[in-house]
Design a protein around this ligand. Structure first.
Ligand code: DGL
Length: 272
């Protein structure tokens, strides 16, 4: 069997949100090479039909496979909840999504508290019911799911700060159903949402906020180590976007703030 360990790990999302998963993967496995793809030209995925989400997800997967990846982190809650199996079948390499990992962590925390979990996600994620199914398997029955469709455009185009009035008004409106009686754990079920952590925390100070992307990165990292796939000599990350490369690079630099200059490359995802 050929040694796959030196091959890169592929990570994809509809845009910048997957960077929350990628940066955790990078922290856990700094010697891995990573290929990141953000489908910024076609974001948001969360308002689209399951058929379109699947079509986009398979194109994103084909692009990463063309780069010879050894595993794929589906750093998108919308794809993970709607068509993870389709991605796995096409990929033929290990594929990890965000749902199971985040549900497991939320259940652990909720069981130590009031037993309740809230899921914040895109409309397509909430409509899929995937988090409810995963949470029920973990023994959680008190679940509230809230679609927060404005969060993705806020993160992609606004760079909201903790005190920003418009951001606080939107967050407050979406969280109103749970803010008076907060659940023990709140899953940030879309990978963009951890970029709003500080604002969400202001409105839900007593709940534990769970980054679905970071939990998925944890799960993938464990899989890579346990299966002898870890790279000891890499550490490079390449960024690709279907949108404007310059804008992606600027935004990614702002979000990651890790001192490493990002120079994304534009690709035509329709060719895949
Ligand atoms: N980061 C994606 C997710 O986790 C954003 C979805 C979207 O593009 O609407 O679902």
């Amino acid at each position: 069997m050929s040694d796959k360990s030196s091959l890169p790990i592929g990570v994809f999302d509809s845009g910048l949100g997957g960077l929350t998963a990628m940066s955790e993967l990078n922290r856990l496995m700094p010697s891995e090479d990573i290929i990141y793809f953000g489908d910024n030209a076609r974001i948001p995925y969360g308002t689209k039909s399951p058929e379109i989400i699947k079509k986009f997800a398979l194109q994103d997967t084909r692009f990463l496979l063309s780069k010879g990846v050894k595993a794929i982190l589906v750093a998108c809650g919308t794809v993970s909840s709607n068509c993870l199996l389709d991605v796995s079948e096409l990929a033929g390499v290990a594929v990890v999504g965000v749902i199971d990992a985040a549900a497991k962590k939320a259940a652990e925390i909720a069981k130590k508290g009031n037993g309740r979990v809230a899921v914040l996600g895109t409309s397509a994620t909430v409509n899929s019911g995937a988090y409810e199914t995963a949470l029920k398997k973990q023994g959680i029955t008190e679940i509230v799911s809230l679609a927060c469709p404005m969060f993705v455009p806020l993160v992609e185009s606004w760079h909201p700060t903790t005190d920003d009035t418009a951001t606080n008004a939107i967050v407050s409106e979406y969280l109103a159903p749970i803010s008076n009686d907060p659940p023990a754990a709140v899953i940030l079920g879309c990978t963009h949402y951890p970029l709003l952590t500080e604002v969400i925390k202001k409105h839900l100070p007593e709940s534990a906020l769970i980054s679905s992307g970071a939990e998925a990165a944890n799960a993938l990292s464990a899989f890579i180590s346990e299966n002898g796939l870890a790279n000891r000599n890499g550490g490079r990350t390449e960024f690709y976007t279907s949108g404007g490369a310059e804008l992606f690079s600027q935004n990614a630099n702002t979000f990651l703030r890790n001192g490493r200059e990002i120079n994304a490359v534009h690709i035509d995802i329709e060719k895949f």
